[in-house]
Design a protein around this ligand. Sequence first.
Ligand SMILES: CSCC[C@H](NC=O)C(=O)N[C@@H](C)C(=O)O
Length: 704
Amino acid sequence: MLVINLCNHLTTSFMRPNHFLTLVFFLLSSVLFAQNFTMEQVGKFSFPSELTSSPTGEKIAWAMNEQGRRNVYLAEGPEFTPKKLTPFDKDDGQEISSLQFSPDGKWLVFVRGGDHGGGNASSTVNAQNLPVLPKVEIWKINLSTQQLEVVAEADAPVFGPPHQLLFLKGGQVWSANLDSSEKPSQLFEIKGNINELSYSPDGKQLAFVVNRGSHSMIGIYQNPETPIQWITPSFHRDSNIHWSPDGKKIAFIRRPGENGAAFPVLEPRHSPWEIWVATIGSEKGQKLWEAPKTLAASYVYPFFDFSGNEDLVYLSYEDGWQHLYALNINSKASKLLTPGNYMVEQIKLSPDGKKLVFSANTGSEPEDLDRRHIGSVEISNGKLTWETAGTGIEAYPVWVGESGKLAFFSATAQRSHLVAVKDGNSTQLLGESLIPTDFPQHQLVTPKQVNFTAPDGTTVYGQLFEKEGGSSTKPAVVFVHGGPQRQMLLGWSYMDYYSNTYSINQYLANLGFVVLSVNYRLGIGYGYEFHKPAGAYYQGAVEYQDVKAAGKYLANLPQVNPAKIGIYGGSYGGYLTALALARDSDLFKVGVDIHGVHDLDGRYDLSPNYEQAPDLDLARKTAWESSPIADLNTWTSPILFIHADDDRNVPVRQTVDLIRRFEELGKSYESIIIPGDTHHWMKWSNMIRVDQATADFLQKHLMD
Ligand SMILES: CSCC[C@H](NC=O)C(=O)N[C@@H](C)C(=O)O
């Protein structure tokens, strides 16, 4: 395409004076504007996950995904030289999760296999389509001898008394001795499914949550002779167990039990939740705090913990932003620790319980709204310290040792994530050599923060990727993230799925596209009202107006050809991509729908209760009208469907059904099914295949 344009211009220009300068300009622009890197090269982004620190000493460990080869790395102060502890050298689709140190810092354990980013996490992933299924296993590493060994075919390990490892299997608790290779044994028997374990600080009592269907209760196991002790059992759902440092109290979250009245489904309602505390040995507990009866305060964040024997910290949306609060058990008074129009996530309590460290989208620049920086706060006095600043992205901080050192993931707009260690004012980047030499970080553009207004007046933010130079009228693409509770950033994402889409957007920009990644409502980072609007998804798809506004924003850019605008997205982004093509093929001329959702009609196919919501018929009608399949007659743009057939987040039948409807209507389409892989492209070569197919399809239809 570029060569053809260049020849046309050269031919034209030879009829004009001053040919030499014209020739130099176009030769220079053809070099500058030539595509600089391949999808495979930009797909070699380094991706760390599972960052954890040892309870003793200055040790950190993390999982590193290097083109599908996932391994455990260890680094120890003061040098923090990364050391690979595992030998997994194949792009085999086996995830590493639950990475953790033993309480004495002498062991590392992790789970290899499964897909913990969605449902059915412990089901094996066979992305290599081997004739023998891989196993989901718990592994242990002896940090003295570096010996690596499988503990059991199981998931979700939790450390118990010294050198004892617990894990869940079939909803029951099993125990393994880390010092021996003897077979694990079931610790005790109980009816129902256990889904949470937490050992007391002295290692003598095991608190657990057992799900009994309509309700869940917290029990304590001590030994084979002692009956289970229940912690203020009730007809509710108790969960999120936390022990006080002295082991005398347990705090937990209480939510309503099953069913209740059939309230109107289309009317947003407050969802109550409470923080309770119980003294071990006493039957009765006490309610410490209940969420204010507002919609914003309904949102339950899984973070809360004891910061001392008489104080708790928790995350709440009650002031319209995800903020941290301190709560005193005796006065029941709560105190806001992180005031301001920004969100807090990825929180860790310091070993002494006196400070919290977190990631937040705020800083000295307006663009920090679409970044992440590390902050810490002293719980006693609310003293806030911003640990990082600038144009990078920092996430998932952990405390290292006892002297206030921090480790976190760090990226820029160009460099993908690596682990960084901060000690006072100095920050050390670990493992830069893990980034492949042909990873094109110096050819990547810096996305620009833009915003525009949706038809209902809502301000919508986006990131604009564009390489300088090139044609005066460029083709353009809207990228729609999934989740939808996500925020795309002005740099590499701390989520592997979105680091991948960031690499696609960089590749498309390098090809000559103008790419707009739209942070549509339902996303996080912009406050409660934006994150939780009424009438979204199958209740009216109110968020779609932001996606359409993104297309119109591109169409109005002087450098964009409004007749050459495409759209792509995955998962929830695939849903909105399909909705855009079904409703507005005149604006979106082509699309790639990656594991999207297309039929929302079944959202209310619940087992008939003795009563039905009064607005159930309207709700069903709205769900149908919010589905892409409701508007197939106006879908005229070319489409590429992509879906893996072991997807546990969006069932592949969503695409099977839509393709069948296309065939019944005689509509053309292109499609790729990826046997054995999941929602998260566990096999790197599948990810590259999908990325390349996405870019090629957009280029085929939008570039001359
Ligand atoms: C509501 S449709 C399911 C979308 C899916 N959510 C969780 O699995 C999704 O978007 N997944 C990825 C891409 C994500 O969580 O961001």
